[in-house]
Design a protein around this ligand. Structure first.
Ligand code: PBG
Length: 326
């Protein structure tokens, strides 16, 4: 046998494999999304996302300790307000539910990174991400409200604001607005590349944010396209975004790789609700090995170029990583 190059040599034992392996998921890569609601003693499981809950501030405070103890150091906040109106006014209420949750987190754990998702869809009665007039999105008028939401979260102590609305020009508008108010140290993590994806289905149930009419296809991207991703990333970088995001994750690894190879900024990807629900449902049926499938999927996102991953599995992954260490 004349086989000089034997790739299997590098796979010969666990120790060799550990020595030569290229990509890892670490606890510091993980961002954990949390849904906060008004009221007291609320800890309500989201039916399509077993293991993920709505928390009122008192139960969130208990969960917050679990998050901190897990080693995860970044939380992405979503608010589900009681009051919704046409202008999404709870989004920029200085004392809104997300703003209070951030204040509480910063008081108890000043080193926890608080990321505020900035959008109107959870706060508007029509469920769209922008202002509506005669069934149309008013792009430019929406920018002012998004910037007000960003400022209210920055005032509450947010380290990062993450606009997820997909209006044109929002990053530049928000950067100027934050700087004008003295929040030039607050980072912007832009949901730059956000496709109009059916994988957000469970989230919309969780956030009560399904659009009352129509869909989001005039602002979120068409998944038959790739070039758009470069334009969106370029604009957001030029307008001052600090971190670019590609969303969803698993079904968009090609986009993630292209963006990560092209733009010299840290890249985040969002492994969205539908990805979580699919893996969780299969796991609960005993059809897949949950830990292995989740770790394989997360590592794929790292390999494709993500520096950080938003995932509902963050606390589980942190636990699995810790168990592996002992
Ligand atoms: C708000 C927002 C959405 C998600 C994050 N921010 C929903 C949407 O755009 O419809 C989806 C997150 C997920 O599915 O986990 N605009």
């Amino acid at each position: 046998m004349d086989i000089l190059r034997r790739p299997r040599r590098l796979r010969g034992s666990q120790a060799i494999r550990d020595l030569v392996h290229e990509y890892d998921v670490g606890i510091s890569d993980l961002i954990y999304p949390v849904f906060v609601v008004e009221g007291e003693k609320v800890k309500e499981e989201i039916p399509s996302m077993p293991g993920i809950y709505h928390y009122s501030l008192d139960t969130f405070e208990i969960h917050l300790k679990e998050i901190w103890d897990s080693g995860v150091r970044s939380i992405l906040f979503f608010g589900v307000p009681d009051h919704k109106d046409a202008r999404g006014s709870e989004a920029y209420n200085m004392n809104g539910i997300v703003q209070r949750a951030i204040r509480l987190t910063k008081k108890e754990y000043p080193d926890m990174i608080c990321i505020a998702d900035i959008c109107l869809c959870e706060y508007t009665d029509h469920g769209h991400c922008g202002l509506i007039c005669d069934g149309k999105i008013l792009n430019d008028d929406t920018l002012e409200l998004l910037s007000m939401a960003a400022i209210s979260c920055a005032a509450a102590g947010a380290d990062i604001v993450a606009p997820s609305d997909m209006m044109d020009g929002r990053i530049g508008h928000m950067r100027r607005a934050l700087d004008d108010q003295g929040y030039e140290d607050v980072l912007i993590m832009a949901y730059s590349i956000k496709y109009a994806s059916a994988f957000y289905g469970p989230f919309r149930e969780a956030a009560h944010s399904a659009p009352a009419f129509g869909d989001r296809k005039t602002y979120q991207m068409d998944w038959r396209n790739k070039k758009d991703a470069l334009i969106e990333a370029q604009l957001d970088m030029a307008e001052g975004a600090d971190i670019l995001m590609v969303k969803p994750g698993l079904a968009y690894l090609d986009i993630l790789k292209t963006v990560a190879d092209t733009f010299p900024l840290p890249i985040c990807t969002y492994s969205v609700s539908g990805e979580y629900s699919m893996m969780k449902a299969a796991a609960l049926n005993g059809w897949i090995d949950e830990q292995k499938v989740v770790m394989e999927s997360m590592t794929a996102m790292k390999r494709a170029g993500a520096k950080m991953i938003i995932t509902y599995y963050a606390l589980d992954i942190a636990r699995w990583l810790r168990e592996r260490e002992v």
